[in-house]
Design a protein around this ligand. Structure first.
Ligand code: 1GP
Length: 250
């Protein structure tokens, strides 16, 4: 029952890049979700990631139900806390903040929520989550109470990802944080992607199709965009086209 994970691995094996649209349930209403679904279908968006550091409203379930009722794009939870688990999603990125040294986000919250998460029946994808300094402090760097990896410390990122993989993480997600002023550099993406076998997700501060394209060229397997799309929903088409135009020869 690891259908979505196998899809990530298969896409990586065949050199295909994926585009994921991040939906913050606090920032979308019913009509925006409808609009998002239509454009995402036209643009062949691969995944919806749903979640955020803070989910203030309580319409996470409704948001996911609306997506599931109207399209077959997989919905993957990207939770900021154990309260953001919805059984209506398809899978859960089971995040351990391996870039930080806050035991709560490495293992503590997982222990507390384990029975509940298991009972959800969701596909659980163990994910090494690495927050990289994105310029000014982002919500995730503040909330996590852990230092992000300095933006120019490629070796630290590389070793962190390698350790995560050897500990059994099935995905590595490097994130400069939502709305980051500086997205992750191509150099860091290269350093990391060359040293791991598992799929690599990149997000945080990606605002142009060009940047998304370069990230894929550098070794990203999945590009996540949230903020830029909230500002201009039509960007979805160009972003998707840029990402899909990259096909690695493997
Ligand atoms: C944040 O990686 C995501 O966790 C996406 O970031 O909102 O800046 O696109 P943006």
């Amino acid at each position: 029952k690891q259908a979505l994970y196998h899809q990530f691995v298969e896409k990586k094996r065949t050199g295909k890049k994926s585009f994921s649209v991040l939906i913050d349930p606090d920032k979308v209403d019913v009509s925006t979700i409808d609009q998002l679904i239509n454009i995402a279908l036209e643009a062949s968006v691969d995944y919806f990631f749903v979640g955020g550091s803070l989910v203030i409203s309580n319409h996470l379930d409704d948001c996911i139900k609306q997506i599931k009722a109207n399209c077959d794009i997989p919905v993957i939870l990207f939770p900021g806390s154990p309260s953001q688990v919805s059984r209506y999603a398809d899978a859960l990125l089971y995040l351990s903040l391996i870039s930080g040294r806050n035991p709560e986000l490495l293992i503590g919250q997982h222990v507390i929520s384990a029975p509940f998460v298991k009972k959800s029946g969701l596909e659980i994808i163990p994910t090494g989550y690495m927050v990289v300094d994105g310029g000014a402090p982002t919500t995730v760097s503040y909330i996590s109470n852990a230092s992000p990896i300095p933006a120019d410390k490629n070796e630290i990122a590389m070793c962190t990802a390698m350790a995560g993989e050897m500990l059994g993480m099935k995905l590595i997600y490097m994130d400069a944080g939502s709305g980051a002023q500086r997205p992750i550099t191509e150099k860091m993406i290269q350093f990391v992607s060359q040293h791991i076998e598992v799929p690599l997700i990149i997000g945080g501060g990606i605002t142009t199709p060009e940047k998304a394209y370069l990230n894929c060229k550098a070794g990203a397997d999945v590009i996540v965009v949230g903020n830029a799309i909230e500002k201009d929903i039509s960007l979805i088409k160009e972003m998707s086209a840029a990402i899909k135009s990259v096909k690695e020869t493997v």
